[in-house]
Design a protein. Structure first.
Length: 558
């Protein structure tokens, strides 16, 4: 009765294991397009686990008498090739985790197929050669089918455990080298694999004393792998090969040990060193200084941008340096990241040049603008300010004088008999004479006086903050200076005198004519023009100012 209950219990658990493994195989198969080899390996391994557990159910049914003993023996023999298939599937599942980025070759696939295929043939022909398993007579109290393993079975077990040991060791090493996500995946897969492996070892150790409950351990394995698939992202978040990423980085990576010896290069680094120094030994065990000096990087290497001359031309490298230390702070390695920024630097230099040219153009435009502004305010012939500037300046100074109570004087100058110069000697001589007179005026006056060409042969001298006596003094000096201007011609030297009239703001305010009106630039110029008319009428070559206080003429020599 106890044997019957044990068989029923084992049969139920094996059925659950078969169903769970088959369900997980279906999940893995649905993700074969995204997970590739991992999905295929998990599908094969779970199908094999399901068949193994189902075979144990068949064996149990034979022991209960529901099936013949021959059927039970066939089911027991079937477990042998199924275990080989499971190992092959487990290997396919683990390979992307332990060797990410490495493709599965045809040779590897052939090796995975040969083992299960040979054991399938051996299991199918076992009734004839009995080299795999022999089956002694089963006693009524047996809870499991009695089996006598032969040499071929032990050869199969040995090979299977060698492969499993290699896979487990690789997984353990992968836990150390993997990233966080990949490490979790490897841990769950490894934990799920160790459970049936340990149970199978115990079954073989106590063969005949304990029933083969390896398939029951697949229930636990299924739970572990289920967690790996749905919690740790297995088949969804595939591991990325760190070595592959390192190797295919577009930036050159040079790794040196604590002694400064070159220990590793990625593809870009190797290509760069070969391009810079074709004669450099291909072996890695060379000083890193030799490799870097081939790139034109000599002396104490510092992070930042470096311009170096290579056989292929000028190159610009952006250097980054990372020094790695152990937990005691001792240097273990140095990683030099070399990024070729030649094109970027060329674009940046072109941008700098363009900005410089643009700045120069802006400055040129600003100079032209100022020049045009000055041309709009200055007389082209003499270089003095023109009438437009004079009127604007007079209005400003008159407003300031009204606020401050200061005086402003205007001197209107006319070149005597200038028309005769143009008529006798031509306009070129007349222009030279006007330029000479303009220079003679400018030699006498100082700031803030403003000298303008009013039109034709007339000039206006605006004297802010200047009283009438001072204006008279400057006008006399200008009259003498202008009389000394001589222009050489083919007909002999040409010179002319000047006549001037002076008007002051204070004088106008004291006069009857302007006492009741607000004074503007036109008033001051009109008064100066009146004085100039008086100078012309009095015989020219003189300075006239009609002071309202005494109405006297101030005249110079003729």
């Amino acid at each position: 009765m106890q044997s019957f209950a044990a068989i029923v219990t084992l049969t139920t658990l094996n059925g659950l294991a078969a169903a769970g493994s088959a369900l997980l195989a279906g999940v893995a198969w649905r993700r074969r397009r995204t997970a590739g080899v991992m999905a295929a390996g998990l599908t094969v391994a779970m199908i094999a686990a399901s068949v193994w557990a189902a075979s144990d159910v068949v064996v149990a049914m034979a022991l209960l008498g529901h099936l013949s003993q021959g059927v039970g023996e066939t089911a027991a023999v079937t477990i042998v090739p199924v275990s080989a298939v499971m190992v092959a599937g487990f290997w396919c599942l683990c390979r992307p985790l332990t060797h990410p980025g490495r493709p599965v070759t045809r040779r590897t696939v052939l090796i995975c197929v040969v083992g299960p295929l040979v054991m399938t043939v051996a299991a199918a022909t076992n009734p004839w050669h009995r080299a795999l398993l022999r089956f002694p007579a089963t006693e009524p109290d047996d809870t499991w089918l009695q089996m006598d393993p032969q040499w071929l079975f032990w050869a199969h077990i040995t090979g299977m455990y060698v492969v499993l040991t290699a896979i487990v060791l690789t997984l353990i090493r992968g836990i150390r080298d993997a990233g966080h996500l990949q490490r979790r995946q490897v841990q769950w897969i490894l934990s799920g694999a160790l459970v049936p492996l340990a149970v199978n070892v115990l079954t073989l150790r106590y063969a005949g004393e304990l029933p083969d409950v390896t398939a029951l351990a697949f229930v636990i394995t299924t739970l572990f792998i289920y967690h790996a698939v749905f919690r740790a992202g297995l088949l969804r978040l595939l591991p990325v090969a760190r070595g592959l990423v390192f190797d295919w980085l577009q930036d050159a990576v040079v790794v040196a040990d604590a002694d400064g010896r070159l220990v590793d290069l990625n593809r870009a680094g190797s290509k760069l060193v070969k391009e810079a120094a074709p004669g450099l030994p291909r072996k890695l065990d060379v000083p890193i200084g030799a490799a870097l000096s081939s790139l034109g990087l000599t002396g104490e290497l510092t992070a930042g941008e470096h311009r170096v001359q290579l056989p292929t031309g000028l190159r610009v490298f952006d250097i980054g340096i990372e020094r790695l230390s152990d937990h005691r702070g001792r240097l273990t390695a140095s990683v030099v990241l070399i990024r070729d920024v030649t094109d970027l630097a060329a674009q940046r230099d072109a941008l700098v040049r363009n900005n410089h040219q643009l700045r120069e153009q802006v400055e040129t435009i600003e100079l032209l603008r100022k020049k045009l502004s000055e041309q709009a305010l200055k007389d082209e012939l003499t270089g003095l300010y023109n009438r437009r500037h004079l009127i604007a300046a007079m209005e400003l100074h008159l407003d300031a004088a009204a606020l401050n109570g200061t005086d402003v004087c205007a001197v209107l100058l006319d070149v005597d008999h200038f028309k005769s110069v143009n008529d006798r000697h031509g306009h070129a001589v007349g222009d030279d004479l006007l330029r000479g007179i303009a220079d003679a005026i400018a030699e006498v006056v100082t700031e803030p006086a403003i000298v303008t060409r009013y039109g034709g042969e007339e000039f206006v001298l605006l004297l802010p903050d200047t009283d009438l006596p001072s204006a008279r003094t400057q006008a006399e000096a200008i009259r003498h200076n202008c009389a000394a201007v001589v222009v050489a011609t083919v007909d002999g030297p040409v010179s002319r005198t000047v006549s001037m009239g002076i008007a002051s703001l204070h004088s106008l305010r004291r006069s009857r004519e302007w006492s009741t009106e607000p004074l503007a630039s036109t008033h001051l110029l009109k008064a100066a023009d009146t004085d100039l008319y008086q100078a012309k009428a009095a015989g020219r070559d003189q300075v006239v100012c009609l002071d309202p206080d005494d109405a006297r003429d101030f005249a110079g020599g003729r």
